[in-house]
Design a binder for this molecule. Sequence first.
Ligand SMILES: Cc1cc2nc3c(=O)[nH]c(=O)nc-3n(C[C@H](O)[C@H](O)[C@H](O)COP(=O)(O)OP(=O)(O)OC[C@H]3O[C@@H](n4cnc5c(N)ncnc54)[C@H](O)[C@@H]3O)c2cc1C
Length: 432
Amino acid sequence: MCANIPKTAYPRIVVIGAGFAGIEFIKRLNNEKVQIVLLDRHNYHTFQPLLYQVATGVLEPDAIAYPIRKIFKKQTNFLFRMAAVVSIDTQKKTVETSIGNIDYDELVIATGSKTNYFGLKDFEANAVPMKSIPESLNLRSMLLQNFEEALLVTNEAKREAMINIAIVGGGPTGVELAGTIAEMKHHIFSKEYPELLIDSMQIHVIDKLPRLLSAMSAVASQKSQEFLAELGVMISLDTEVKSYDGAKLELSNGKTISTRTVIWAAGVAGSVIPGVPEQGVIRSRYKVDLFNQVAGCDNVYAIGDVAAVITDETPNGHPMLAPVAMQQGKLLADNLLRKVANKPLVPFEFKNPGVMATIGRKKAVVDMSFIKFHGFIAWVLWLLVHIMALVGFKNKIVTFVNWMWHYFSYDPGLRLIIRPYKKKKVDDSEEN
Ligand SMILES: Cc1cc2nc3c(=O)[nH]c(=O)nc-3n(C[C@H](O)[C@H](O)[C@H](O)COP(=O)(O)OP(=O)(O)OC[C@H]3O[C@@H](n4cnc5c(N)ncnc54)[C@H](O)[C@@H]3O)c2cc1C
């Protein structure tokens, strides 16, 4: 196969990944004298913060995904190829992809992150991840199929295991998912599955740290815990998961949870592509300087989740968040233009706009540098910020209408099992 990319008089910048970082980078180079070649294994951009709403049937996938070609339809210095990049040769300045080798003058790696099971094979084999649209749809089908199947089972213990849900990880994803599932339990499952004893359905959140939302303030942790407890979610903190065989989840505190559904929201690692010399990789991310250049590699840059800017202030790099990715994408584009113009480069400095998480249909916690608040107003802010951040006018409108419908009707409504749940194989190549 041949990527069929024409040579032009302009330098070629190959960008791997159409996530938040890659897109901001490319947009910034509109009308500049470069040839941009974007590679992504999907032909759409995913708004990952709302994946949990796809998994719980609040939103359809097309509300949070946007075709890459449409984003750049007016950008004339841009080419897209749907391809997975398998390796990088920094000596030959080429990337090996599923559609052939592609040469670059400058390489920008913006491949994001992938699910990290921290070597726990049981969980890799039996827990369900939620890192992409296909995975979210898979989870949605699994939840619904388990409820349908539970109706066919007469043994009470087996039945409960089919409807109990455990979420590993008490970060924003785990908390948001637990809140939505808990509301579904009260407002939907109890009505639509009257034959099941829904009151006995358990929703667990398990985290090895002593508080939920550990990257946020203590008050956000405490409030999120209270909000989830009000919704009946059972929270186990300071607790590690030990083993899971697909039916029985064992915890470090000696407890066992019977459940067919363990959702893995406990961690991610950078999506590093083989080929970059060892000194350019640190803890599953690319080690970059303040200008996002990968250590030891000329003309190779990494931005977003996959990049770790290692400094004395950020010994572990910045947190894997959308604003970091977007700010790095913009700055790198500006710096490449400064480099061509022989102007001094500007170092990266993260401007934190704040962090937020929602719990259920009308509560959220918000941490900003100058104020921290929670409750309904926080939820309204969460809603506005996410609507504004979605790519595409149609997606903003569809999402807004869906949320309003959900808010007033208590019923998200998207509970069709169109694509049945498929159990993943352990050796499936990880894709995000
Ligand atoms: C469930 C969930 C909830 C989140 N919630 C929040 C939140 O509330 N707030 C927040 O700020 N952040 C949140 N995040 C994190 C945020 O989504 C990431 O920080 C952000 O997406 C990083 O952007 P990125 O451009 O680095 O990578 P991504 O957005 O992950 O994009 C990477 C792209 O690279 C492509 N790719 C990867 N490998 C290859 C390859 N080998 N070949 C070709 N293409 C490849 C992928 O297909 C993808 O399109 C959440 C993440 C998840 C998973």
